[in-house]
Ligand binder design. Structure first.
Ligand code: UN1
Length: 500
């Protein structure tokens, strides 16, 4: 049982806080200390039913609210997010363990998304084209889908939900959101900004719980028209299967195994800075984290010694301490998984350059930045997503081989090349199979107003961020108006005099 002083939270359905029907709650654990921080509802299909009914009921009025007015709610929410940025970041940092500075970035990304999505209320462009008939016009309008189910991961508990929820809302959809159970409080604070900004009851409902009960009920619900999910490829596949049978639209943002290619002419200092930040920022718990360093030719001699020395010196500790450089992993289970991968790597012949040892003194779920050299092509560590501070180093002869290695994983989210050779850079941009390629920058750090997503098993072709999600969250209606006063038949009456 949790100590009584631990704050307890509720679901939020139709503008009101609700107890879960089960009466059960789950504990949220502080990953730096291993202590219970808060309790959140363990919701099941009954709570999801109520939330979906609320969203369905709220849909007609929200869908017919002018899009610019919907956007204004987002602008007001952005103001509140700005005022509350630090407070939300503190909760976020505490509950999932990322450094405070990075937690502020997480909230900032939602703020950037809110400004963009709010302004989209004054665009949501349709198109027009000349009709093939006289005195007739055609154009398209964008219409909302209905109720959107949102399922998100713990690693960006505010930014990633904002990529989904804000575009869905400005398009006129209503939403049921199941935040990740590891980091629900920062998500609830984000949602509160929208409610306080005047979002009508039922337009955004939040149900907390486990993926297998609460999430699965949301995915299967017949009144949910579209689903958007960030998480593992395994869960994404299940979701796509279920959504496919029901002909629901589904957007998936899944795993990555993101490579940095270091060319022999790379600026060694810049490359070391980039790889350190890409691999060990957020303790490697990003979909976009650098998890493979592909060294071309002899560049390793100029990069590895400094990289390993600096990785070893990174300070682990409480994410609120500004001198700390790497926070804990999110959970004991996640740390076990990460450590398991390192051990598998060693068994498969990799050479440990630093890290790889479980710290024994701290109560939290810390794991040291770990670099493994001479990871064999095709081995587990070369192919599978780790989601922790573990960098696999592979060595190749030339750019062609580097690109072949970069592309031989099932994923394709982010990628990067460090080089001063413009030809090599453009070849990599052209040939790397990934949704994002950086030149002379780490694999992390995508900006909110550019499309984000990946190829192969990283997703199913959709993109979040920037202008892309408005396509996903709307359907096109084509409108024709014939003002000729006569019956005009397309493909028949439009054959010109030349054909007669
Ligand atoms: C993620 O890891 O799921 O590009 C999102 C980045 C961040 C977002 C990462 N802006 O690293």
């Amino acid at each position: 049982m949790s100590p009584p002083e631990v704050p307890s939270f509720r679901n939020h359905i139709l503008g009101r806080d609700r107890e879960p029907r089960s009466g059960l709650y789950l504990d949220v654990v502080d990953p730096s200390r291993g202590t219970v921080l808060s309790r959140f509802p363990r919701s099941d299909a009954r709570d999801v039913d109520e939330a979906v009914a609320a969203a369905r009921g709220a849909f007609p009025a929200w869908a017919s609210t002018p899009a610019p007015a919907r956007g204004e709610v987002l602008f007001r929410a952005a103001e509140l997010l700005k005022q509350r940025k630090d407070a939300i970041a503190r909760v976020l940092s505490r509950e999932m363990g990322k450094r405070l500075e990075e937690a502020r970035g997480d909230v900032q990304e939602a703020l950037d998304t809110a400004w963009y999505a709010g302004s989209e209320g004054r665009r949501l462009f349709g198109r027009t084209a000349p009709s093939e008939l006289r005195e007739k016009v055609g154009w398209t309008v964008r219409r909302p889908l209905g109720v959107v189910g949102v399922l998100t991961a713990w690693n960006f508990p505010v930014a990633v939900p904002s990529w989904k929820i804000l575009p869905a809302l400005v398009c006129g959809n209503t939403v049921v959101w199941k935040p990740a159970e590891e980091a629900p409080e920062s998500g609830a604070l984000f949602a509160q900004c929208l409610w306080d900004a005047g979002l009508p009851p039922g337009v955004l409902n939040v149900v907390h719980g486990y993926g297998e009960e609460c999430g699965a009920a949301l995915v299967a619900h017949p009144d949910v028209q579209a689903l958007t999910f960030t998480g593992s490829t395994a869960v994404g596949r299940l979701l796509a299967e279920s959504a496919g049978r029901a002909l629901k639209r589904v957007s998936l943002e899944l795993g990555g195994k993101n490579p940095v290619i270091a060319m022999p002419d790379a600026d060694p200092e810049l490359c070391v800075d980039g790889v350190l930040w890409g691999a060990f920022g957020t303790a490697g718990q990003r979909c976009t984290a650098t998890s493979r360093l592909i060294l071309v030719g002899d560049v390793g001699d100029r990069i590895l010694p400094a990289l390993v020395a600096r990785a070893r010196a990174l300070r682990l500790g409480d994410p609120e301490d500004p001198t700390v450089e790497v926070g804990p992993l999110v959970s004991a289970r996640q740390r076990e998984r990460v450590h398991g991968y390192v051990q598998t790597g060693l068994r498969e012949g990799a050479e440990l350059l630093c890290g790889g040892v479980l710290p024994v003194t701290e109560p939290g779920f810390f794991y040291p930045p770990t670099v493994l050299d001479r990871v064999a092509r095709g081995s587990t560590l070369a192919m599978e997503e780790v989601f922790g501070p573990v960098l696999a180093v592979l060595r190749v002869r030339d750019l062609d081989e580097a690109i072949a290695v970069a592309n031989e994983v099932p994923y394709g989210l982010s990628s990067s090349i460090f080089t001063r050779d413009v030809n090599a850079a453009f070849r990599a941009v052209e040939r790397i199979e990934a949704g994002i390629t950086y030149v002379n920058a780490p694999t992390i750090g995508a900006e909110a107003h550019f499309p984000f997503g990946g190829v192969k098993c990283t997703g199913n072709g959709h993109r979040e961020g920037g202008w892309a999600p408005y396509e996903f969250f709307t359907e096109l209606k084509t409108v024709y108006v014939d003002y000729s006063g006569t019956l005009q038949r397309a493909q028949i009456d439009n054959r010109g005099d030349a054909e007669r």
